[in-house]
Design a protein around this ligand. Structure first.
Ligand SMILES: Nc1ncnc2c1ncn2[C@@H]1O[C@H](COP(=O)(O)OP(=O)(O)OP(=O)(O)O)[C@@H](O)[C@H]1O
Ligand SMILES: [Mg+2]
Length: 267
């Protein structure tokens, strides 16, 4: 078995293109440029990367970054075994050795001293030094690194170093345009298109409140949740409250405002 067989995406993920991001990503991949996908939570970044990995025929190694992650979690470590020690490649090393796309999700969550281990892989060197093991891994010709990033959520303490940021080409993502978003919700859940469009209308109203008492807009992901609840027989208004309003705010006034929108728009 090939070491990356587990990471192959065998069936094509559904992805509705928002603009020309597929072409742009293909060009970046052809040049083996590292790519950063930026955008609010639940707007399709991960789905896009999965779709691209499938389209390009590359396995996808995804790492969900967090602040407790160490460089060893990415590159690998020696494991103690009864017979001695054995080196185990981390996900980044596996991807680099065997030519996968390595997707570091929520990369700002990782500490900056962890993130710098990707530097030699993201410039002309395309190498990964395994200091503890005394090995220099040369990245496979097909290897590419992709990171995702939610702009606006990070504090000064949690941001990418300039020297990390400037190793990537970037694609901006946002919630899809209304008509497309309704089609996505319908395609994902089977909800009738008119009802999906109504959910999108509620989301649009909430997104206009971002920065005016709401920290974030209602994501496409939450619209899909609401549609799934409706599919389970929950009344649309109730589904929208549960999936689209309660998760995003605890503020009573804001909930009232959004609940009113729901009553105006949904049956
Ligand atoms: N363009 C799209 N095509 C198909 N599905 C989409 C699209 N955009 C959003 N979705 C739907 O929204 C859901 C959330 O998208 P995804 O998981 O890619 O978000 P994300 O941007 O990676 O969010 P996060 O930053 O929270 O990880 C998907 O599971 C899918 O149902
Ligand atoms: Mg994601």
């Amino acid at each position: 078995m090939h070491p990356l067989d587990d990471w192959r995406i065998t069936t094509e993920p559904f992805y509705a293109q928002q603009a020309n991001e597929v072409t742009l990503f293909e060009a970046a991949y052809a040049a083996r440029l590292p790519v950063m996908v930026k955008g609010p939570t639940g707007c399709g970044k991960s789905r896009f990367v999965e779709y691209m990995a499938h389209k390009l025929g590359r396995p996808l190694v995804t790492v969900a970054c967090n602040e407790d992650m160490t460089a060893a979690d990415l590159v690998g470590r020696f494991l103690l075994e009864p017979t001695g020690t054995r080196w185990q490649d981390g996900p980044l090393t596996v991807a680099a050795r065997h030519g996968a796309i390595c997707y570091l999700d929520e990369v700002v969550e990782a500490r900056q001293d962890t993130t710098v281990v990707i530097h030699p892989l993201t410039d002309h060197r395309r190498t990964l030094p395994l200091d503890k093991k005394g090995e220099l891994v040369r990245a496979h010709a097909d290897f590419q690194i992709v990171i995702s990033y939610n702009p606006g959520y990070q504090s000064l303490m949690k941001d990418l170093k300039t020297s990390t940021r400037q190793r990537f080409a970037a694609l901006d993502f946002d919630y899809p345009a209304a008509e497309l978003e309704a089609q996505i919700v319908t395609r994902e859940t089977g909800l009738p298109l008119a009802m999906s469009a109504a959910l999108v209308e509620v989301a649009a109203a909430a997104r206009r409140l971002k920065g005016h008492g709401l920290e974030e807009g209602i994501s496409t992901r939450l619209l899909v949740y609401a549609a799934q609840l409706i599919g389970q027989g929950i009344a649309p208004r109730e589904a929208a409250r549960m999936a689209m309003v309660r998760p995003i705010t605890d503020d009573a006034d804001m909930r009232d405002t959004l609940d009113h929108t729901i009553e105006a728009v949904l049956p």
